[in-house]
Design a protein around this ligand. Structure first.
Ligand code: NDP
Length: 480
């Protein structure tokens, strides 16, 4: 069985403690690889390597760093098939999705920040007759990047690319559940000519390897994407050490549908925004609010489409949904479906696991699920499920739907369907969300600020926001 290794100081190596853990294939429920169960000793080695590399990497010109990062982008692109197969196998997502979304986006992340850094500039503030201030933006030093399992290489690269472009050295940890593409990245980085120790990739559990990154005194900033509870723990741990923190956390996003929308476009996009990646995208719209006059029409059309959705093994070209990421996650989602029933909800479609034939009979497959009849403030409608489960709820007017949409502790994204321009702007202004899509979903421009309000996070990623996060501003005043 294949054994993955940590990538420290430009070398693939075993964890110091020699301990390994199982990596499961969601499509079959079988263990298919072993991954390092790293701990603080591996993080120490990674920090030592990063400290050695920092004077070299940070002294390079933006252009030199950019060229290496562009080679990383094309290195991944050249091995698109291999990366997509690995991502799909590790995560359970349809191969098509990994080929068309996950891996191309990882390529774009490196490409985008490799070129962005060449245009990144800092400010100056003249005081007429007195002098001038200019702001230097220096790399922070060694930074920690911790990412989740839902979009493994996509989110891993979304963090490490700006960190590296800005001149930092990185100690990064992918989710233990989906380590494979981050493991492959080591070789790409090496081939691209990145100096040893600039990017170090540690595998292992959040509570040990991840925690050691957060607690290491010489790691000066933490960029984390994951659950709100983990984010809260990381904030509590890192804040007294005065670490810079970027937290991208959970969501419970509303999808608000007015009667005057383009119905067909709304319906097909709503299928995606509800169930893409088995509903395991932090931006999925899991609470669908529909204006009452089209509620029955929507319900009928939506349920018909959901009933017809094919759930299958990831390599099946017909699969719209693949496997969810793990057995514990499948059990969690199923427990929320039971909760929804207890709370008085009616299952209109799905609501159960799917049994495929061997060799996929022990895989983690769930039917996309639609539930109605729940109050907006019940637990099913307030807590993040992070699976292929949506609720539908009618509304009568803007005030009511805004109140329901804004009622959760989260504030990541919102989707709005209407042809009324004034209403669209009015609503966008009032929604508690870091990102609002009007008549669209998951259209991403990498220059825009990305992140959430309330319990969905602290800070923003993307574009200049990310480069600002990964640099320390220093103001210098010169008297005339
Ligand atoms: P977790 O919070 O469980 O884990 C995220 C990462 O943190 C993993 O690498 C995990 O390691 C690690 N981790 C866990 N505990 C600790 C700890 N104590 N110290 C340091 N690191 C730790 O989230 P999931 O992986 O389950 O991801 C799903 C969540 O991510 C959802 O809530 C989703 O909404 C959110 N998310 C948010 C996004 C956003 O942009 N706002 C985007 C995508 C997802 P390990 O897996 O090895 O335990």
């Amino acid at each position: 069985m294949e054994k993955l290794q940590n990538f420290i100081n430009g070398v693939y190596q075993d964890p110091v403690n020699g301990a390994y853990m199982d990596n499961y294939e969601p499509a079959t429920g079988e263990v298919y690889a072993q991954i390092p169960n790293s701990d603080e000793d591996d993080v120490k080695l990674a920090v030592q390597a990063a400290e050695k590399a920092f004077p070299i990497w940070s002294a390079m010109s933006n252009n030199e760093r950019s060229e290496i990062m562009l080679k990383i982008a094309s290195g991944i692109e050249a091995r698109l098939d291999e990366f997509a197969q690995a991502e799909s196998r590790d995560n359970g997502k349809p191969l098509k999705l990994a080929m068309n979304v996950d891996i191309p986006r990882a390529v774009s992340n490196f490409h985008f920040f490799a070129t962005a850094i060449e245009h990144f500039a800092s400010e100056s503030h003249q005081m007429v007759g007195v002098g001038i201030n200019y702001t230097l933006r220096k790399p922070i030093g060694i930074v920690g990047c911790i990412s989740p399992w839902n979009l493994p290489l996509y989110l891993f690269s979304w963090k490490i690319a700006p960190a590296l472009a800005a001149g930092n050295c990185v100690v990064a940890k992918p989710s233990e559940v989906t380590p494979y593409t981050a493991y492959l990245l080591g070789q790409i980085v090496k081939d691209a000519g990145m100096p040893d120790g600039v990017l170090n990739i540690i595998h292992g559990e959040g509570g040990t390897a991840g925690d050691a990154i957060v607690k290491h005194p010489r790691i000066k900033a933490i960029s984390f994407t994951g659950g709100t509870n983990t984010g809260e723990y990381i904030a509590r741990t890192a804040a007294p050490m005065f670490k810079k923190l970027s937290l991208e956390l959970g969501g419970k996003n509303p999808n608000i549908i007015f009667a005057d929308c383009d119905f067909d476009e709304m319906l097909s996009t709503t299928m995606r925004s509800s169930f893409a990646n088995q509903g395991q995208i932090c931006l999925c719209g899991s609470r669908i609010f529909v204006e009452r006059s089209i509620y029955e029409k929507f319900k009928k059309a939506f349920v018909e489409k959901v009933d017809a959705t094919i759930v299958s093994y990831p390599n099946d070209p017909k699969a719209k949904l693949g496997a969810v990421v793990s057995k514990p996650h499948m059990d969690k989602v199923l427990s929320y479906i039971e909760l929804a029933k207890d709370e008085g909800g009616t299952i209109l479609s799905g609501g159960e696991a799917v049994q495929l034939e061997a060799p996929y009979n022990n895989g983690y497959y769930l039917r996309p699920t639609v539930i109605e009849g729940l109050s907006y403030d019940c637990r099913t409608n307030q807590e993040e499920i992070f699976g292929p489960v949506v609720t539908i709820t009618p509304f009568d007017n803007e005030e009511e739907v805004l109140m329901m949409a804004n009622s959760t502790k989260y504030g990541l994204s919102a989707t709005l369907w209407t042809s009324d321009l004034k209403r669209a702007h009015r609503m966008a202004d009032k929604l508690h969300a870091g990102i609002v899509w009007i008549n669209a979903w998951l259209v991403r421009d990498l220059r825009t600020p990305f992140g959430g309000a309330k319990a969905s996070g602290v800070g923003r990623e993307g574009g200049w926001e990310a480069l600002r996060f990964f640099t320390e501003p220093k103001n210098v005043f010169v008297k005339y």
